[in-house]
Design a protein around this ligand. Sequence first.
Ligand code: SF4
Length: 249
Amino acid sequence: MTKGMPPRARVDQIKLSAESWDAEQILAWAFESFGGRVAISSAFGAEGMVLIDMASRVQKDFRIFTMDTGFFFPETYDLMQVIEGRYSVSIERVQSLLSVEEQGRVHGAELWKRDPDLCCNLRKVEPLRRKLAELSAWITGIRRDQTEARAGAGKIEWDDKFGLVKLNPIADWTEKRVWRYIHDHAVPYNSLHDQGYPSIGCTHCTRAVSAGEDARTGRWPGLAKTECGLHIIEQPAQGERLSAQAADA
Ligand code: SF4
């Protein structure tokens, strides 16, 4: 990487060749390039567990954070404890500015049923934006074949929405490959996966799926919503784009 080059220019320079790198190489480049200013973002699904295990083999100390909505399953909180013990890391828990009770008082009961986008914004997107403001790069476990919105994800890309480098080391992996890694390396995983939950989010918005159903149909069941907003690409307004370019210059 060229020293002194702004992060966005570094991404432009490397993103094409990075497509042929394997996941370990992407992680190694991230740790080498950004040190303590890069962190893994995870809700501890199967993909996140692969990344955490792989990161522990590439770098002794690494950062993980999660948007703790207050609505995780008990199994997810249990897994977080297992991760901290096994990998000797402290998970950074990022929370909404509103407690669960305050959200109920301000926006009414069961907001996730009436306006799940607002609920996700309050409990996930705004906390993520706050966390990312202290970082230069973030690492996610998204895969291209999970949803339409993720199909164009690069392994290394500039995140216009949040204004930093985004790394998706297993963007080109299949679900089968994720599970092969987990079994080959005896990686811990959420016990709900064995009870029909391929994708696990908040208790209110996740259900088990039947055999043959798409993995993401268990998220926001009955709604057209398929994403919480963290990985949806938005083009910045012209003014924002110009200021971003000025900052990179
Ligand atoms: S997944 Fe559901 S409960 Fe969780 S933040 Fe989004 S709308 Fe709220």
